[in-house]
Design a protein around this ligand. Structure first.
Ligand SMILES: [Zn+2]
Length: 271
């Protein structure tokens, strides 16, 4: 699933390609990828110019004049820019015809991703719940500690919560905890101030490096130009079950936490 660095890579790719384009027509080929009424989305966006694209954690926000469109890539969603005469592919779900004879296409194989026209008067409940963006991790170590001081839930699960830090998913949670030398099993209320500081520093560093590498392509993630990201070359623990830890040489372990795989080195990330 695309996490913060992948979504930011998509945002930057889209800005370079389609910012300032007017949308002549919107066609929804699969209504289930649109939250709300597809017709209302088409009516609102047709004739509008794309004035900006923002990101909130793993969400993209397309700004078209008075309207905003929220997008989530789900498991395998992607945006591609094609020439207007190119034939559509089977998983092309929503097609925006642009004023420069190209198309912006939202393609989604498994249909977990979605587009939704935002009501300008109401804060979207999904956005309201988000904590600070994990790329800046602009939160004091004390505040992070305080947020987790009443919970025994483990760090790995807490990092996936999207609050107080937003944008981290399964891959980067594993990599950040390894870099910070913290066990994924450590209870939130046991986090010490120095550990909280290290966790925030490594969150910024790992996500920054992943962004420089244009994200991680394990299976589905593709950039706007359909190229893969490069951070999979730098993964230390994610998906490395039984492979030697690059720090100590002992085997990487895989465990299940809250139904998701966690990868870590029990020696370097002691409880
Ligand atoms: Zn190790």
């Amino acid at each position: 699933m695309p996490e913060l660095p992948e979504v930011e890579t998509v945002r930057r790719g889209l800005l370079a390609e389609v910012l300032g384009q007017k949308v002549l027509q919107v066609k929804v080929h699969r209504a289930s990828v649109v939250r709300g009424a597809p017709k209302a989305l088409c009516r609102a966006i047709e004739g509008q110019t794309l004035e900006g694209i923002d990101r909130a954690a793993k969400y993209l926000l397309f700004r078209f004049g008075p309207h905003s469109l929220l997008a989530h890539l789900g498991m395998s969603g992607k945006f591609v820019v094609t020439k207007a005469q190119e034939p559509l592919k089977p998983h092309d779900r929503v097609v925006f015809t642009l004023s420069d004879q190209r198309r912006l296409v939202f393609s989604e194989l498994r249909c977990f991703g979605f587009l939704e026209l935002l009501d300008p008067n109401v804060q979207h409940p999904r956005l309201a719940k988000l904590g600070v963006d994990a790329l800046t991790a602009a939160i004091e170590p004390k505040a992070l500690q305080a947020a987790w001081s009443h919970t025994k839930r483990p760090l790995k699960t807490l990092l996936l919560d999207q609050s107080p830090l937003a944008g981290i998913g399964n891959i980067y949670a594993a990599e950040i905890l390894f870099a910070a030398k913290l066990s994924p099993l450590l209870a939130g209320n046991k986090l010490r101030p120095t550990q909280a500081l290290r966790l925030l520093e490594e969150t910024r560093r790992i996500l920054g490096l992943a962004l420089e590498a244009n994200g991680t392509s394990i299976s589905d993630f593709r950039r706007v130009d359909d190229k893969t990201g490069g951070f999979q070359e730098f993964l230390q623990v994610y998906g490395k079950t039984d492979q030697p830890c690059r720090t100590c040489g002992r085997g990487i372990k895989r465990i299940i936490q809250a139904g998701r795989s966690s990868f870590y080195c029990p020696h370097c990330q002691k409880l």
